[in-house]
Design a protein around this ligand. Structure first.
Ligand SMILES: Nc1nc2c(ncn2[C@@H]2O[C@H](COP(=O)(O)OP(=O)(O)OP(=O)(O)O)[C@@H](O)[C@H]2O)c(=O)[nH]1
Ligand SMILES: [Mg+2]
Length: 368
């Protein structure tokens, strides 16, 4: 490598450091004391850190373009990855919410992440098509809040159902949060809520908010995230996620941006992944909006969101029954007996078909 190229590279790295927000300028970050690791994580740490006094437990509270900020008992530090944890490797990449083994050398302003402690849950999506990869959006999350804007377009039940499948697959609870209710006519709002209930069943909480206008529903969202719980808001860019969090925080902590008039879509205003602590409540992760949520290998989540359909499917004559036209289809019998709603079957079939196709394109030998 020429000398010049070397200098340019180094300058680039310095610049990356320079544009990260100073930790002292960040507000609403949860205190280390409100973040509680599980027993399993504590004991995994105990084994790894035995006898090493500069190793501590830390929780990743923020990622700025991939650079973690970690809360630990000594406060908040920026952290790098130790040589053993290569940053490019998908399995070793940290997510917001991860508990890590942190090395804090005395007198240094940067710490090192030595290991990621086992995750209790892992909200992940598939990025890209067959050659894509699993991307963890947040770790150790208790509840996924699926944000869906009302008003400009009819709601996307498909998107809500696939978000619920992703949440269930990783072991988190799910709630649906409608935003921008001020833009919806009362009868449309009522029909949309009824449709979501018909698809996901009565156990899934549905909250209707208009946080930019009259704060309606904001306290219902807070009630879903009590002290000690960690939530993530998932939704498309422009859904109003950051606006909702600002309403919960009571001040404009997070940047929000206008949507395009043409199609009501946002402009990816939020770029960092970060935790904010709700006064008197739990912690919520704000993330950039997600354009697509492909389902790949989320069979367990599908079964959990649609248990009665999955149960009925076990009785079909053909193992590869698509529940549309085959003889001996137990799912259609169960539908006729009203064991579940036609709306939920429509949503299930759309997602199951997609998963069958994605599995086939990943591995032609898999038959679902
Ligand atoms: N009318 C109305 N507009 C709202 C409401 N909530 C949010 N908005 C507007 O929707 C736009 C997008 O809001 P954001 O909070 O930035 O959306 P976001 O989901 O965080 O978007 P990304 O960060 O890009 O993923 C802003 O112009 C908000 O003012 C609401 O309750 N009513
Ligand atoms: Mg945002």
């Amino acid at each position: 490598m020429s000398k010049r190229a070397h200098t340019v590279r180094k300058k680039g790295a310095d610049r990356a450091d320079a544009v990260l927000p100073a930790l002292s300028s960040l507000s609403d970050i949860p205190e280390f004391s409100v973040l509680t690791p599980s027993e399993r994580q504590r004991s995994a740490f105990g084994e790894m850190a035995a006898g090493e006094s500069d190793l501590h437990m830390g929780c990743v509270v923020r990622l700025d373009r991939g650079y973690p900020a970690v809360a630990w008992e000594g406060g908040l530090v920026r952290a790098e990855f130790s040589a053993g944890l290569t940053k490019g490797d998908a399995d070793s990449r940290v997510a917001v919410g991860d508990w890590v083994v942190l090395r804090v050398p005395e007198g240094h302003d940067k710490a090192q992440i030595e290991a990621i402690l086992p995750r209790e849950s892992d909200v992940a999506r598939w990025r890209g098509r067959a050659r894509g990869e699993r991307q963890t959006l947040a770790a150790n999350v208790d509840i996924v809040l699926v944000a869906q804007a009302l008003g400009a377009r009819r709601i996307s039940v498909d998107r809500i159902a696939r978000s619920a499948v992703i949440a269930a697959d990783c072991g988190a609870h799910v709630a649906v949060v409608f935003t921008k209710a001020d833009r919806a006519e009362a009868d449309v709002l009522e029909a949309d809520v009824a449709l979501v209930r018909a698809v996901l069943g009565p156990e899934v909480p549905v909250v209707v908010t208009s946080s930019a206008r009259d704060r309606a529903g904001v306290e219902d969202v807070r009630a879903l995230v009590p002290r000690g719980t960690i939530a993530i808001v998932l939704g498309e860019s422009g859904a109003g996620k950051s606006t909702l969090l600002n309403a919960l925080l009571g001040h404009e902590a997070l940047e929000t941006g206008a949507v395009r008039a043409r199609d009501d879509k946002g402009r990816h205003t939020t770029v960092a992944r970060r935790m904010v602590a709700l006064p008197g409540g739990g912690v919520i992760v704000d993330e950039p909006g997600l354009r697509s949520l492909p389902l790949v290998g989320h069979e367990r989540g599908l079964r959990l969101v649609f248990p009665r359909i999955a149960e009925a499917a076990l009785g079909c004559r053909f193992r590869d029954c698509t529940h549309t036209h085959e003889p001996g289809c137990a799912v259609r019998v169960a539908l006729a007996e009203r064991e579940f709603t036609p709306e939920s079957l429509d949503a299930y079939l759309a997602l199951a078909t997609e998963m069958r196709e994605s599995a086939a394109s990943l591995d032609p030998d898999i038959v679902l």
